[in-house]
Design a protein around this ligand. Structure first.
Ligand code: ADP
Ligand code: MG
Length: 283
């Protein structure tokens, strides 16, 4: 990632605006911590000073609800973005975190898997709006919260992204399905998106008191080596409480082990993507 940090839309500056780093958060298993990671990692990156956009691509809309936008208050969102040629700037809404914007899941997204099938360039709908030809979007990171399947919505996310972050729940069968996901990433890379890579795997809901958590973590590390993030997200009730209050853990209880783990994960991600320091730290 090259230097970023100019305000949105400002023209006439010497350096060209750089493109956002687009990360799909995917795992076809449900309940592994995708949405929780999307909300809290996006928040932690924004708190570090980066300009972040979170796109809720799951028809269940848990990332939208978890950031305080409940079902009844949803306007046009990620469905309109992919199916109705609306722009990111048009659809992004503010959140309780100053430099975090959200494109919520809208109520029509549930039908999108089927409707997209008949659309032109159906695999590229999201890629095209996230990398507009005119000028890059004014974000440092765009995180995409994927649904628990490898259908057309997730495919759109993988075609739009530069990398894939895979949450792994420290539970029985955690690694089951990961090789299928990795094969899918390979196929998408060959067919649609040559620059796609695995960003890494994140161990979630780690429970110190449970031997199984240690076993899953050791297994994942012996199999995937340093593709597994060093930061481990603990099982922490404050994380799920925060979601039910429509807040990221960082706002609900910044001192909780969960919020602090996501802060560390953001720092590790920045290091791994070698992102430039955010604007505040640069001036
Ligand atoms: P996914 O998006 O993969 O389906 P979620 O992020 O929605 O998974 O997580 C599934 C459930 O587990 C949610 O109820 C969430 O609040 C809870 N959860 C996720 N991560 C943690 C954690 N670290 N500690 C406690 N509960 C968690
Ligand atoms: Mg989810």
């Amino acid at each position: 990632m090259s230097p970023t940090g100019r305000p949105a839309g400002k023209s006439g500056s010497a350096a060209p605006a750089s493109s956002p780093h687009i990360i799909a958060i995917a795992n076809q298993k449900g309940g592994v911590g995708k949405t929780t990671t999307a909300i809290n990692l996006a928040t932690a990156l924004a708190v570090l000073g980066y300009r972040v956009l979170l796109i809720d691509l799951d028809p269940q809309g848990n990332a939208s609800t978890g950031l305080g936008i409940d079902y009844a208050n949803r306007r046009a969102g990620s469905y309109a973005l992919m199916a109705e040629d609306r722009t990111v700037n048009d659809l992004a809404c503010d959140t309780q975190i100053p430099s975090l914007s959200l494109i919520p899941s809208d109520n029509e997204l549930a039908g999108a898997e089927i409707e997209l099938v008949d659309m032109e360039r159906r695999e590229y709908r999201l890629a095209e709006v996230l990398s507009p030809a005119e000028a890059p979007l004014a974000y440092d990171f765009i995180l995409i919260d994927c649904p628990p399947s490898l259908g057309l919505l997730t495919l759109n996310a993988l075609v739009a992204a530069q990398s894939v972050l895979v949450p792994l729940q420290c539970e029985f069968f955690a690694l089951e399905g990961v090789s299928q996901l990795i094969r899918t990433i390979e196929r998408v890379r060959r067919a649609f998106n040559l620059t796609l890579r695995l960003q890494g795997l994140v161990l979630t809901m780690f429970d110190r008191r449970n031997n199984l958590s240690e076993l899953v973590a050791a297994d994942a590390r012996s199999f995937f080596g340093d593709q597994v993030f060093e930061t481990v997200i603990p099982r922490n009730i404050r994380i799920s409480e925060a979601q039910s209050h429509g807040k990221p853990a960082h706002l609900y209880d910044p001192k909780s082990s969960g919020a602090q783990a996501y802060d560390r994960l953001a720092e590790e991600l920045v290091m791994r993507t070698r992102a430039d320091p955010p604007r505040a730290a640069r001036s």
